[in-house]
Design a protein around this ligand. Structure first.
Ligand code: PAF
Length: 303
């Protein structure tokens, strides 16, 4: 099976038992299928992805399966959220493996459109969330969130989902999408699921496959550093500068890590906190060879 010019051909994969998974690249077709599911009284869950699926995505699909009668996964490497010089061309696209994972996890429909199906003409209409998109990753990726919010709006409109599932690893993305949905009265719920980690603590990410063996050994230091920050806060530290210093010191143990930011921010406004109060989001981004890695932890000290 391979994608044609406008994305995946419509196919039906018959699974053991009565269930079947359908795959399409066509907006008209996915609309028809979700309308039928809705008419049959099923709630529709969407897991939006860029493919290269892993256990983190599988956990989102499983949650969608638990909560919704009809589960759609979108596979679309969205060009509008990549900046110049970023990894759009190299982003992994293992479509057959992605389909196999979707089948194993009980997905009803995979929507895998082409760029031409999603953006058939010059795109003049953008969804922009201000303020919260300018912190953290927004500083080094100026149009990234505009691309994310625009494509998510399109996907929500196309699929007509009741719930969309996102992973906490992309903490800022979750905050931005939740805010967009609230501000624009979009009729769906955003459900954020916990970050899935490898046994050594590294947050699972499609970009981990860019790492060499040595870089992969270094990468878990990011989560180790975040945990150190959490320990300090739980032990009563309220000064964000001291926590940041300690996190940086741990990360410096892997000299190949190029730190982009270590930020302690309000989990909703994403503004730097001056003093650590009740809940704080510790977010980090670092380059490790060809990979840009992000991770975060929310610490609720209960103070
Ligand atoms: O998190 C991602 O994989 C992407 O940003 C998303 C939400 C699928 C939009 O392209």
């Amino acid at each position: 099976m391979s994608p044609n010019a406008s994305g995946w051909r419509s196919v039906e994969i018959v699974l053991k038992g009565a269930r079947r998974m359908r795959v399409t690249g066509k907006i008209a077709e996915i609309r028809q299928w979700t309308a039928e599911a809705r008419a049959a009284g099923k709630g529709i869950g969407l897991v939006p992805t860029m493919g290269a699926l892993h256990v983190g995505h599988a956990s989102l699909i499983d949650e969608a399966r638990r909560r919704c009668g009809f589960v759609v996964v979108s596979l679309f490497v969205n060009p509008t959220q990549f900046g110049p010089g970023e990894d759009f061309d190299n982003y992994p696209r293992p479509f057959e493996r992605d389909l196999a994972l979707c089948e194993q996890h009980g997905v009803d429909v995979v929507f895998a459109p082409s760029a031409a199906e999603m953006y058939p003409r010059e795109n003049l209409s953008w969804v922009t969330v201000s303020g919260i998109t300018e912190h953290l990753c927004g500083r080094s990726r100026p149009n990234h969130f505009r691309g994310v919010t625009t494509v998510c709006t399109k996907l929500f409109n196309i699929v007509g989902c009741d719930v969309a599932f996102f992973g906490q690893k992309d903490a800022q993305q979750c905050v931005v999408i939740r805010r967009m949905v609230a501000d624009l009265n979009m009729p769906l719920e955003i459900l954020v699921c916990p970050t899935v980690r490898e046994a050594d603590g590294l947050a699972v990410s499609s970009r981990n496959q860019y790492l060499s063996a040595q870089q992969r050994k270094d990468a878990p230091i990011i989560y180790e550093a975040l945990k150190k920050g959490r320990e300090m806060i739980e032990a009563g530290e309220t000064d964000p500068a001291r926590v940041r210093e300690r996190i940086e010191a741990v990360m410096r143990r892997a000299p190949a890590l190029q730190i982009e930011y270590i930020s302690l921010v309000d989990p909703e406004t994403l503004e730097d906190v001056k003093r650590i109060g009740r809940a704080v989001l510790i977010a980090v981004a670092a380059r490790l060879g060809p990979a840009r890695l992000i991770d975060n932890i929310v610490v609720d000290s209960g103070r």
